[in-house]
Ligand binder design. Structure first.
Ligand code: ZN
Length: 261
């Protein structure tokens, strides 16, 4: 009889950019006791159009060092900010309410999404000297055209709020919510603290935990993040996103399934 599949924990730091270098350092220190360097970074090539990652810069060297230490590097949008002109008021409202204007890949055309994916990927891969692990859209929001662009670019791994999948193969790699902390308003802060406490113990096969640079400015969040990682890391095997791909190939994952187009 084979042992039941081990529950996994995937950790990520979002919005890695020269703009947030000191916050990223603090998040790395916070996560280190729980995950070491087994985590993903979601890298923004040019946050808001005025924080570019420049080849040969000291920040580029740091990115490469982190990648050399085994941190998985994901492309995370290009500008992060939502600059699309929405065709309908409903789309505009959805974008603003859900993302505070940060859903860059929600309203892009396929051509523009493809351009930004290609340019961002080339930059990050030049800098880290290896392939990127995948793509995660800012605010986890993808328009239909963005999905199509990811398929065309054969991106190995992508994720949203509820799942991880492979645009390249069309396979779903994991399902279940991602734990994250929203620090923009007090109400969201309280609800994210409650949710993280519950989800940290939930019977989910693959638990994802994502932290953001502004989290470091709230001591209650730092405490909650530390506690959630401690709880989750005790009950789960720490994994990399690429492990999901390997598991899928060998048929180990229990929740993989074909997703339609
Ligand atoms: Zn982000």
């Amino acid at each position: 009889m084979t042992a039941p599949p081990c529950r996994l924990l995937l950790a990520s730091i979002h919005d890695v950019s020269p703009r947030f270098e000191s916050e990223v350092d603090r998040l790395l220190d916070l996560l280190a006791p729980h995950v070491g360097k087994r985590l993903a970074m979601l890298v923004v090539p040019n946050h808001w159009g005025d924080a570019p990652i420049v080849r040969g810069s000291s920040f580029a060297t740091r990115l490469r060092d982190w990648a050399d230490q085994g941190i998985e590097m994901f492309l995370h949008g290009y500008f992060h900010r939502d600059t699309a002109g929405y065709r309908t008021g409903a789309d505009r409202l959805r974008a603003r309410l859900l993302t505070a204007g940060e859903g860059e890949f929600l309203g892009l055309s396929r051509a523009e999404a493809s351009n930004r994916i290609a340019a961002g990927r080339m930059l990050i891969e030049d800098v880290i000297g290896r392939p990127t692990a995948g793509f995660v859209a800012p605010a986890w929001l993808y328009g239909n055209d963005a999905h199509e662009a990811l398929r065309q670019a054969a991106i190995p791994i992508a994720e949203d709020h509820f799942s991880v999948w492979s645009p390249a193969t069309g396979r779903r790699l994991a399902t279940g919510p991602v734990i994250t902390w929203a620090s923009r308003t007090r109400l969201r802060l309280v609800s994210s603290l409650t949710a993280s406490a519950a989800l940290g113990r939930a019977p989910i096969e693959v638990l994802r935990i994502g932290v953001h640079p502004p989290d470091v400015h709230h001591s209650t969040l730092l405490h909650s993040i530390g506690k959630t990682f401690a709880t989750a890391a005790r009950r789960r095997r720490l994994a990399r996103y690429s492990d999901l791909l390997a598991n899928d190939r060998t048929g180990i994952a229990t929740q993989t399934s074909r997703i339609s187009s």
